[in-house]
Design a protein around this ligand. Sequence first.
Ligand code: S3P
Length: 426
Amino acid sequence: MAITKAKSLKGEITIPGDKSISHRGVMFGSISEGITELTGFLDGADCRSTISCFKAMGIDITQENDHVVIHGKGLHGLTKPEKMLDVGNSGTTTRLISGILAGQHFISSLNGDDSIQKRPMGRIITPLTKMGAHIKSIKDNGCAPLEIGGSKLTSIHYDSSVASAQVKSCILLAGLYADGITSVTEPAVSRNHTELMLSGFGANINTNGLTASIEGGPKLVGQKIAVPGDISSAAYFIAAGLMCDNADLLIKNVNTNPTRAGIIKVAKDMGGNIELLNERIVSGEPVADIHVTTSQLNGCEVSGDIIPALIDELPIIAVMAANATGTTTIKDAAELKVKESDRIATVTENLKNMGCDITPTDDGMIINGGKILHGTHIKTYLDHRIAMSFAIAGLVADGETTFDDEGCCVISYPKFFETISSIVNR
Ligand code: S3P
Protein backbone atom coordinates (compact mmCIF):
# COMPACT_ATOMS: atom_id res chain seq x y z
CA MET A 1 0.00 0.00 0.00
CA ALA A 2 1.34 3.43 -0.97
CA ILE A 3 -0.38 6.62 0.16
CA THR A 4 0.16 9.92 -1.66
CA LYS A 5 -1.04 13.46 -1.11
CA ALA A 6 -4.79 14.09 -1.46
CA LYS A 7 -5.91 16.95 -3.74
CA SER A 8 -9.31 16.90 -2.12
CA LEU A 9 -11.34 14.83 0.33
CA LYS A 10 -15.10 14.69 -0.03
CA GLY A 11 -17.98 12.50 0.99
CA GLU A 12 -20.14 10.86 3.59
CA ILE A 13 -18.75 7.86 5.45
CA THR A 14 -19.94 5.42 8.09
CA ILE A 15 -17.15 3.98 10.16
CA PRO A 16 -17.21 0.54 11.85
CA GLY A 17 -18.75 -0.17 15.23
CA ASP A 18 -17.19 0.87 18.52
CA LYS A 19 -14.58 -1.64 19.66
CA SER A 20 -15.10 -1.10 23.40
CA ILE A 21 -18.88 -1.42 23.12
CA SER A 22 -18.67 -4.46 20.81
CA HIS A 23 -16.43 -6.35 23.27
CA ARG A 24 -18.72 -5.54 26.17
CA GLY A 25 -21.85 -6.55 24.27
CA VAL A 26 -20.43 -10.06 23.71
CA MET A 27 -19.16 -10.41 27.28
CA PHE A 28 -22.23 -9.10 29.06
CA GLY A 29 -24.54 -11.01 26.71
CA SER A 30 -22.69 -14.25 27.49
CA ILE A 31 -23.22 -13.89 31.26
CA SER A 32 -26.84 -12.74 30.94
CA GLU A 33 -29.95 -14.87 30.63
CA GLY A 34 -31.59 -15.10 27.22
CA ILE A 35 -30.66 -13.60 23.90
CA THR A 36 -28.51 -10.56 23.29
CA GLU A 37 -28.51 -9.16 19.78
CA LEU A 38 -25.85 -6.74 18.59
CA THR A 39 -26.16 -4.75 15.38
CA GLY A 40 -23.33 -2.56 14.12
CA PHE A 41 -20.84 -4.92 15.82
CA LEU A 42 -17.18 -4.32 14.97
CA ASP A 43 -16.11 -7.29 12.88
CA GLY A 44 -12.43 -6.79 13.68
CA ALA A 45 -9.80 -9.20 14.97
CA ASP A 46 -9.94 -7.99 18.60
CA CYS A 47 -13.70 -8.46 18.94
CA ARG A 48 -13.47 -11.83 17.19
CA SER A 49 -11.02 -12.86 19.93
CA THR A 50 -13.68 -12.03 22.52
CA ILE A 51 -16.30 -14.08 20.64
CA SER A 52 -13.99 -17.09 20.37
CA CYS A 53 -13.15 -16.98 24.11
CA PHE A 54 -16.84 -17.11 25.09
CA LYS A 55 -17.57 -19.81 22.50
CA ALA A 56 -14.77 -21.82 24.11
CA MET A 57 -16.68 -21.49 27.41
CA GLY A 58 -19.85 -23.01 25.99
CA ILE A 59 -21.73 -19.92 24.79
CA ASP A 60 -23.57 -20.21 21.49
CA ILE A 61 -22.72 -17.12 19.45
CA THR A 62 -23.56 -16.59 15.80
CA GLN A 63 -22.00 -13.81 13.78
CA GLU A 64 -22.84 -12.55 10.33
CA ASN A 65 -20.67 -9.51 9.62
CA ASP A 66 -21.87 -6.80 12.00
CA HIS A 67 -24.83 -8.81 13.34
CA VAL A 68 -24.14 -10.96 16.38
CA VAL A 69 -26.54 -13.11 18.39
CA ILE A 70 -25.46 -14.40 21.80
CA HIS A 71 -27.37 -17.09 23.66
CA GLY A 72 -26.44 -16.12 27.21
CA LYS A 73 -26.33 -18.66 30.01
CA GLY A 74 -26.46 -16.35 33.03
CA LEU A 75 -23.82 -15.34 35.56
CA HIS A 76 -22.91 -18.94 36.39
CA GLY A 77 -23.41 -20.60 33.00
CA LEU A 78 -19.87 -20.56 31.58
CA THR A 79 -18.07 -23.91 31.33
CA LYS A 80 -14.37 -24.67 31.71
CA PRO A 81 -12.59 -24.18 28.38
CA GLU A 82 -10.73 -27.21 27.08
CA LYS A 83 -7.70 -25.19 26.01
CA MET A 84 -5.95 -21.99 26.96
CA LEU A 85 -8.13 -19.03 25.90
CA ASP A 86 -6.58 -17.02 23.06
CA VAL A 87 -7.07 -13.25 23.46
CA GLY A 88 -5.00 -12.42 20.35
CA ASN A 89 -3.83 -8.78 20.42
CA SER A 90 -6.67 -7.54 22.61
CA GLY A 91 -5.94 -5.82 25.93
CA THR A 92 -9.67 -5.21 26.47
CA THR A 93 -10.44 -8.93 26.09
CA THR A 94 -7.60 -9.84 28.45
CA ARG A 95 -8.41 -7.46 31.27
CA LEU A 96 -12.22 -7.62 31.17
CA ILE A 97 -12.46 -11.38 30.76
CA SER A 98 -10.06 -11.79 33.71
CA GLY A 99 -12.64 -10.13 35.96
CA ILE A 100 -15.27 -12.62 34.78
CA LEU A 101 -12.92 -15.62 34.98
CA ALA A 102 -11.94 -14.68 38.53
CA GLY A 103 -15.52 -15.38 39.62
CA GLN A 104 -15.81 -18.82 37.99
CA HIS A 105 -15.77 -22.12 39.89
CA PHE A 106 -13.22 -23.50 37.41
CA ILE A 107 -9.60 -22.60 36.78
CA SER A 108 -8.75 -21.41 33.29
CA SER A 109 -5.79 -19.83 31.56
CA LEU A 110 -5.38 -17.26 28.81
CA ASN A 111 -2.66 -15.98 26.53
CA GLY A 112 -2.25 -13.73 23.51
CA ASP A 113 0.27 -12.56 20.93
CA ASP A 114 3.76 -11.11 21.53
CA SER A 115 2.37 -7.63 22.23
CA ILE A 116 -0.15 -8.92 24.81
CA GLN A 117 2.61 -10.86 26.56
CA LYS A 118 4.42 -7.58 27.22
CA ARG A 119 1.47 -5.59 28.54
CA PRO A 120 1.17 -4.97 32.28
CA MET A 121 -1.30 -7.23 34.07
CA GLY A 122 -0.13 -6.42 37.61
CA ARG A 123 -2.77 -3.67 37.50
CA ILE A 124 -5.51 -6.35 37.48
CA ILE A 125 -3.65 -9.05 39.40
CA THR A 126 -3.38 -6.78 42.48
CA PRO A 127 -7.08 -5.87 42.89
CA LEU A 128 -8.35 -9.33 41.91
CA THR A 129 -6.00 -10.91 44.45
CA LYS A 130 -7.37 -8.50 47.08
CA MET A 131 -10.83 -9.85 46.23
CA GLY A 132 -9.62 -13.35 47.05
CA ALA A 133 -9.21 -14.45 43.44
CA HIS A 134 -6.69 -16.98 42.32
CA ILE A 135 -4.82 -15.21 39.52
CA LYS A 136 -1.21 -15.61 38.58
CA SER A 137 1.15 -14.62 35.85
CA ILE A 138 2.34 -18.05 34.70
CA LYS A 139 5.84 -16.76 33.86
CA ASP A 140 5.83 -14.65 37.05
CA ASN A 141 6.61 -11.48 35.08
CA GLY A 142 3.35 -9.57 35.67
CA CYS A 143 2.15 -10.32 32.13
CA ALA A 144 0.13 -12.96 30.27
CA PRO A 145 -0.09 -15.93 30.13
CA LEU A 146 -2.40 -15.84 33.14
CA GLU A 147 -4.07 -18.57 35.19
CA ILE A 148 -7.31 -17.50 36.84
CA GLY A 149 -10.35 -18.72 38.79
CA GLY A 150 -11.65 -21.29 41.20
CA SER A 151 -11.98 -19.13 44.34
CA LYS A 152 -14.77 -17.34 46.15
CA LEU A 153 -14.61 -13.55 45.79
CA THR A 154 -15.19 -10.88 48.41
CA SER A 155 -16.17 -7.32 47.65
CA ILE A 156 -13.55 -4.58 48.06
CA HIS A 157 -13.07 -0.89 47.55
CA TYR A 158 -10.08 -0.27 45.31
CA ASP A 159 -8.16 2.95 44.69
CA SER A 160 -6.69 2.54 41.25
CA SER A 161 -3.46 4.39 40.47
CA VAL A 162 -4.27 4.48 36.74
CA ALA A 163 -7.27 5.94 34.96
CA SER A 164 -8.03 2.77 33.02
CA ALA A 165 -11.45 1.56 31.93
CA GLN A 166 -9.99 -1.90 31.50
CA VAL A 167 -8.88 -2.04 35.13
CA LYS A 168 -12.14 -0.47 36.36
CA SER A 169 -14.25 -2.85 34.27
CA CYS A 170 -12.25 -5.89 35.37
CA ILE A 171 -12.94 -5.10 39.03
CA LEU A 172 -16.63 -4.29 38.43
CA LEU A 173 -17.09 -7.56 36.53
CA ALA A 174 -15.43 -9.52 39.34
CA GLY A 175 -17.77 -7.59 41.67
CA LEU A 176 -20.72 -9.33 39.97
CA TYR A 177 -19.45 -12.54 41.60
CA ALA A 178 -18.76 -11.10 45.10
CA ASP A 179 -21.24 -10.55 47.94
CA GLY A 180 -22.02 -6.91 48.67
CA ILE A 181 -20.76 -3.77 46.96
CA THR A 182 -17.48 -3.60 45.07
CA SER A 183 -16.21 -0.14 44.17
CA VAL A 184 -13.30 1.44 42.29
CA THR A 185 -11.99 5.00 42.46
CA GLU A 186 -9.84 6.26 39.60
CA PRO A 187 -7.52 9.29 39.42
CA ALA A 188 -9.53 10.62 36.42
CA VAL A 189 -12.70 9.44 34.73
CA SER A 190 -12.12 6.72 32.12
CA ARG A 191 -14.61 5.52 29.51
CA ASN A 192 -17.89 4.46 31.16
CA HIS A 193 -19.31 1.97 28.65
CA THR A 194 -19.27 -0.84 31.22
CA GLU A 195 -21.33 1.20 33.67
CA LEU A 196 -23.86 2.30 31.02
CA MET A 197 -24.26 -1.10 29.39
CA LEU A 198 -24.21 -3.33 32.48
CA SER A 199 -26.89 -1.16 34.02
CA GLY A 200 -29.02 -1.77 30.90
CA PHE A 201 -28.55 -5.54 31.42
CA GLY A 202 -29.95 -5.15 34.97
CA ALA A 203 -26.90 -4.68 37.22
CA ASN A 204 -27.16 -2.33 40.15
CA ILE A 205 -24.27 -0.05 39.25
CA ASN A 206 -23.65 3.51 40.39
CA THR A 207 -21.24 6.28 39.57
CA ASN A 208 -20.33 9.05 41.97
CA GLY A 209 -17.60 11.35 40.68
CA LEU A 210 -14.48 9.23 40.24
CA THR A 211 -16.00 6.16 41.92
CA ALA A 212 -18.02 3.39 40.28
CA SER A 213 -19.69 0.70 42.38
CA ILE A 214 -21.60 -2.49 41.69
CA GLU A 215 -23.69 -4.90 43.73
CA GLY A 216 -22.87 -8.61 43.48
CA GLY A 217 -25.21 -11.35 42.30
CA PRO A 218 -27.68 -9.57 40.00
CA LYS A 219 -29.84 -11.31 37.42
CA LEU A 220 -28.62 -10.00 34.08
CA VAL A 221 -31.04 -10.17 31.15
CA GLY A 222 -30.10 -10.19 27.44
CA GLN A 223 -30.53 -6.94 25.50
CA LYS A 224 -30.75 -5.60 21.95
CA ILE A 225 -27.90 -3.18 21.37
CA ALA A 226 -27.19 -0.98 18.35
CA VAL A 227 -23.43 -0.39 18.47
CA PRO A 228 -22.54 3.13 17.29
CA GLY A 229 -19.51 3.98 15.15
CA ASP A 230 -16.18 4.14 16.97
CA ILE A 231 -14.88 7.66 17.64
CA SER A 232 -11.37 6.20 17.79
CA SER A 233 -11.79 5.13 14.15
CA ALA A 234 -13.63 8.34 13.22
CA ALA A 235 -10.63 10.25 14.61
CA TYR A 236 -8.52 9.40 11.54
CA PHE A 237 -11.10 10.98 9.27
CA ILE A 238 -11.69 13.93 11.57
CA ALA A 239 -7.95 14.61 11.28
CA ALA A 240 -7.92 14.03 7.52
CA GLY A 241 -10.89 16.37 7.03
CA LEU A 242 -9.23 19.12 9.04
CA MET A 243 -5.75 18.76 7.52
CA CYS A 244 -6.32 18.00 3.82
CA ASP A 245 -6.90 20.71 1.21
CA ASN A 246 -10.44 21.03 -0.17
CA ALA A 247 -11.94 18.72 2.41
CA ASP A 248 -15.59 18.39 3.34
CA LEU A 249 -16.48 15.19 5.18
CA LEU A 250 -19.52 13.93 7.03
CA ILE A 251 -18.77 11.04 9.38
CA LYS A 252 -22.07 9.44 10.32
CA ASN A 253 -23.31 7.70 13.46
CA VAL A 254 -20.31 8.23 15.76
CA ASN A 255 -20.32 7.54 19.51
CA THR A 256 -19.73 10.91 21.21
CA ASN A 257 -19.80 9.72 24.83
CA PRO A 258 -17.99 12.52 26.74
CA THR A 259 -15.65 9.94 28.33
CA ARG A 260 -14.42 9.18 24.80
CA ALA A 261 -14.80 12.42 22.88
CA GLY A 262 -11.66 14.33 23.89
CA ILE A 263 -10.57 14.48 20.24
CA ILE A 264 -13.51 16.78 19.48
CA LYS A 265 -12.39 19.29 22.11
CA VAL A 266 -8.77 19.12 20.92
CA ALA A 267 -9.87 19.61 17.29
CA LYS A 268 -11.78 22.73 18.39
CA ASP A 269 -8.88 23.96 20.58
CA MET A 270 -6.61 23.67 17.53
CA GLY A 271 -9.01 25.87 15.55
CA GLY A 272 -10.59 23.05 13.53
CA ASN A 273 -13.91 23.44 11.72
CA ILE A 274 -15.83 20.62 13.35
CA GLU A 275 -19.52 20.40 14.17
CA LEU A 276 -21.76 17.75 15.65
CA LEU A 277 -25.06 17.22 13.84
CA ASN A 278 -28.15 15.18 14.61
CA GLU A 279 -27.13 14.49 18.23
CA ARG A 280 -29.14 11.64 19.74
CA ILE A 281 -29.02 8.75 22.24
CA VAL A 282 -28.80 5.19 20.85
CA SER A 283 -28.79 2.15 23.17
CA GLY A 284 -27.90 4.45 26.09
CA GLU A 285 -24.90 6.06 24.36
CA PRO A 286 -24.67 9.59 22.88
CA VAL A 287 -24.30 9.52 19.08
CA ALA A 288 -23.87 12.24 16.43
CA ASP A 289 -22.81 12.85 12.84
CA ILE A 290 -19.53 14.77 12.66
CA HIS A 291 -18.90 17.36 9.96
CA VAL A 292 -15.35 18.55 9.28
CA THR A 293 -13.83 20.86 6.69
CA THR A 294 -10.31 22.07 5.83
CA SER A 295 -8.91 24.16 8.66
CA GLN A 296 -5.81 26.11 9.62
CA LEU A 297 -4.72 24.24 12.75
CA ASN A 298 -2.76 25.75 15.65
CA GLY A 299 -0.76 23.92 18.30
CA CYS A 300 -2.22 23.45 21.78
CA GLU A 301 -1.56 21.69 25.07
CA VAL A 302 -3.17 18.28 25.63
CA SER A 303 -2.86 17.24 29.27
CA GLY A 304 -4.63 16.43 32.54
CA ASP A 305 -8.04 14.86 32.99
CA ILE A 306 -8.86 14.86 29.28
CA ILE A 307 -6.12 12.28 28.55
CA PRO A 308 -8.25 9.16 29.26
CA ALA A 309 -10.95 10.57 26.93
CA LEU A 310 -8.52 10.57 23.99
CA ILE A 311 -5.80 8.10 24.96
CA ASP A 312 -6.17 6.03 21.77
CA GLU A 313 -6.34 9.18 19.62
CA LEU A 314 -2.98 10.62 20.71
CA PRO A 315 -1.06 9.16 17.73
CA ILE A 316 -3.40 10.91 15.26
CA ILE A 317 -3.44 14.05 17.43
CA ALA A 318 0.36 14.04 17.13
CA VAL A 319 -0.01 13.92 13.34
CA MET A 320 -2.43 16.88 13.51
CA ALA A 321 0.09 18.72 15.70
CA ALA A 322 2.82 18.13 13.10
CA ASN A 323 0.56 19.91 10.59
CA ALA A 324 -0.39 22.75 12.92
CA THR A 325 1.30 26.08 13.33
CA GLY A 326 3.22 26.38 16.60
CA THR A 327 3.96 23.98 19.41
CA THR A 328 1.78 21.18 20.77
CA THR A 329 2.66 19.65 24.13
CA ILE A 330 1.18 16.29 25.11
CA LYS A 331 1.59 15.58 28.84
CA ASP A 332 0.27 13.16 31.51
CA ALA A 333 0.08 10.37 28.93
CA ALA A 334 2.65 7.85 30.18
CA GLU A 335 0.00 5.16 29.52
CA LEU A 336 0.96 5.50 25.84
CA LYS A 337 4.05 3.43 26.62
CA VAL A 338 1.98 0.33 27.49
CA LYS A 339 -0.42 0.21 24.55
CA GLU A 340 -0.17 -2.17 21.56
CA SER A 341 3.25 -0.56 21.04
CA ASP A 342 5.15 2.06 23.06
CA ARG A 343 3.31 4.85 21.28
CA ILE A 344 5.59 7.63 22.55
CA ALA A 345 8.49 5.85 20.83
CA THR A 346 6.63 4.67 17.72
CA VAL A 347 4.95 8.02 17.03
CA THR A 348 8.24 9.88 17.57
CA GLU A 349 10.25 7.59 15.32
CA ASN A 350 7.81 7.76 12.42
CA LEU A 351 7.04 11.48 12.66
CA LYS A 352 10.79 12.24 12.83
CA ASN A 353 11.33 10.12 9.72
CA MET A 354 8.69 12.26 7.97
CA GLY A 355 10.66 15.41 8.82
CA CYS A 356 8.76 16.60 11.90
CA ASP A 357 10.42 18.37 14.83
CA ILE A 358 9.28 16.16 17.73
CA THR A 359 10.81 15.43 21.13
CA PRO A 360 9.61 12.49 23.22
CA THR A 361 9.17 13.03 26.95
CA ASP A 362 8.51 10.67 29.85
CA ASP A 363 4.77 11.23 29.68
CA GLY A 364 4.11 12.50 26.17
CA MET A 365 5.81 14.53 23.44
CA ILE A 366 6.51 18.06 22.27
CA ILE A 367 5.83 18.78 18.62
CA ASN A 368 6.91 21.94 16.81
CA GLY A 369 4.51 21.86 13.91
CA GLY A 370 4.33 23.49 10.53
CA LYS A 371 7.17 21.73 8.67
CA ILE A 372 6.25 20.02 5.41
CA LEU A 373 6.05 16.26 5.98
CA HIS A 374 7.72 13.86 3.55
CA GLY A 375 6.46 10.39 2.72
CA THR A 376 8.57 7.61 4.20
CA HIS A 377 8.45 3.90 5.02
CA ILE A 378 6.38 3.59 8.21
CA LYS A 379 7.33 1.09 10.88
CA THR A 380 3.99 0.08 12.37
CA TYR A 381 5.31 -2.28 15.06
CA LEU A 382 2.09 -4.17 14.20
CA ASP A 383 0.14 -1.44 16.02
CA HIS A 384 -3.12 -0.70 14.18
CA ARG A 385 -3.33 2.87 15.45
CA ILE A 386 0.21 3.64 14.26
CA ALA A 387 -0.57 2.26 10.79
CA MET A 388 -3.78 4.29 10.46
CA SER A 389 -2.37 7.52 11.92
CA PHE A 390 0.51 7.50 9.47
CA ALA A 391 -1.70 6.60 6.51
CA ILE A 392 -3.52 9.87 7.26
CA ALA A 393 -0.17 11.68 7.59
CA GLY A 394 0.60 10.33 4.11
CA LEU A 395 -2.45 12.20 2.73
CA VAL A 396 -0.79 15.54 3.56
CA ALA A 397 2.86 14.56 2.95
CA ASP A 398 4.99 14.97 -0.18
CA GLY A 399 5.93 11.77 -1.97
CA GLU A 400 4.90 8.26 -1.06
CA THR A 401 4.13 6.80 2.36
CA THR A 402 4.51 3.03 2.57
CA PHE A 403 4.21 0.54 5.45
CA ASP A 404 6.11 -2.46 6.71
CA ASP A 405 2.76 -4.14 7.47
CA GLU A 406 -0.53 -2.31 7.17
CA GLY A 407 -2.42 -5.59 7.72
CA CYS A 408 -2.62 -4.79 11.44
CA CYS A 409 -5.59 -2.51 10.67
CA VAL A 410 -7.73 -5.68 10.92
CA ILE A 411 -7.61 -5.24 14.69
CA SER A 412 -10.06 -2.35 14.71
CA TYR A 413 -10.79 -1.23 11.13
CA PRO A 414 -10.41 -3.99 8.49
CA LYS A 415 -11.62 -1.79 5.60
CA PHE A 416 -9.69 1.34 6.59
CA PHE A 417 -7.87 1.76 3.27
CA GLU A 418 -11.13 1.22 1.36
CA THR A 419 -12.69 4.11 3.29
CA ILE A 420 -9.71 6.29 2.36
CA SER A 421 -10.06 5.38 -1.33
CA SER A 422 -13.77 6.21 -1.25
CA ILE A 423 -13.20 9.86 -0.27
CA VAL A 424 -9.79 10.85 -1.67
CA ASN A 425 -9.12 12.60 -4.97
CA ARG A 426 -5.52 12.63 -6.10
C1 S3P B 1 -10.44 0.34 26.48
C2 S3P B 1 -9.77 1.12 27.39
C3 S3P B 1 -8.51 1.81 27.11
C4 S3P B 1 -8.24 1.90 25.61
C5 S3P B 1 -8.49 0.60 24.92
C6 S3P B 1 -9.94 0.17 25.10
C7 S3P B 1 -11.69 -0.32 26.87
O1 S3P B 1 -7.45 1.09 27.71
O2 S3P B 1 -6.90 2.31 25.39
O3 S3P B 1 -8.21 0.71 23.53
O4 S3P B 1 -12.43 -0.80 26.00
O5 S3P B 1 -11.96 -0.38 28.08
P1 S3P B 1 -7.00 1.37 29.24
O6 S3P B 1 -8.12 1.01 30.11
O7 S3P B 1 -5.81 0.48 29.45
O8 S3P B 1 -6.65 2.83 29.28
